[in-house]
Design a protein around this ligand. Structure first.
Ligand SMILES: [Zn+2]
Length: 77
């Protein structure tokens, strides 16, 4: 039982990573996502967490933007 469920989960992960659509630019890319965004949506009492896949270019751009904002906040703080 346990082993079968494990294999099925692994197969689903592989299938979802064969191609993906970048959440930022909409480009369809083959292979594993270069990075993932992190979105948190408050829904009632719980927070829904989503990690949309990002292509290499967008993952880099978004992480640099986040880093830049972090540095700015530090300087203002
Ligand atoms: Zn992209």
């Amino acid at each position: 039982m346990r082993g079968r469920a494990g294999r099925r989960m692994l197969a689903e992960v592989r299938a979802s990573e064969s191609t993906y659509r970048c959440d930022a630019c909409g480009l369809e890319v083959r292979g594993a996502p270069a990075g993932r965004g992190l979105l948190l949506f408050p829904r009632g009492d719980e927070v829904v967490r989503e990690e949309p896949p990002l292509c290499e270019k967008c993952a880099l751009a978004i992480s640099l933007t986040a880093l830049h904002r972090f540095i700015e906040e530090e300087e203002e703080g």
